[in-house]
Ligand binder design. Structure first.
Ligand SMILES: [Fe+2]
Length: 184
């Protein structure tokens, strides 16, 4: 799957879909994108510009949509439903803090990609260091989300809440306007 491709939900005969499965599949896509970043840093790609275009496309679209799904839908519902011993607030707070402090990094990464595309060149050492910091931060977040957030959400959220998230994911990407997306 090329970077920047939303893992479209499979056509379902019944109503509704699995929001957590979709988010997990997006995490798998994120992991592939992070590997692509490393390929970019290594300079081993034959087509740096195309790789950088794909990565920029992912960061400007799917990446932001995914974060919005979690921050606007998943995290508030988890905070509402989890019990104190889940300690979910601390986990979400850490993720949100990481995203907040990573905002400058995000802008810098986009800037690097734009420059690589326009000049069709490999990244320089300080740029590689910045890209690697971004990759490392993203990987840490994915680990926390896959190991803690999604399993707890599966346990605590109701079917109706999960369906609410699923519909929101489809709407954000315009999939609800497709014939097979309207059944949710
Ligand atoms: Fe996520």
């Amino acid at each position: 799957m090329p970077a920047g491709s939303f893992p479209a939900p499979k056509r379902r005969s019944g109503r509704g879909g699995d929001a957590l499965d979709l988010l997990h599949r997006e995490h798998l896509m994120h992991r592939k994108v992070l590997s692509d970043f490393e390929e970019l840093c290594e300079g081993s790609s034959k087509d740096i510009a195309t790789l950088a275009v794909n990565l920029r496309g992912f960061l400007r679209e799917e990446y932001l949509d995914h974060r919005a799904d979690e921050e606007e839908m998943l995290f508030p519902l988890l905070r509402k439903r989890c019990i104190a011993e889940d300690k979910i607030d601390a986990v979400i707070h850490k993720i949100e803090l990481g995203r907040k402090t990573g905002a400058e990094e995000y802008a810098a990464v986009i800037g690097i990609l734009v420059d690589l595309i326009s000049k069709d060149r490999v990244p320089l050492t300080p740029e590689i260091e910045m890209l690697q910091r971004f990759v490392d931060r993203e990987r840490r977040q994915l680990i926390a989300e896959d190991a803690i957030i999604l399993p707890i959400a599966r346990c605590r959220l109701t079917k109706a809440e999960l369906n609410q998230i699923y519909i929101s994911i489809l709407r954000r990407r315009g999939f609800d306007r497709l014939p097979w997306g309207s059944g949710c």
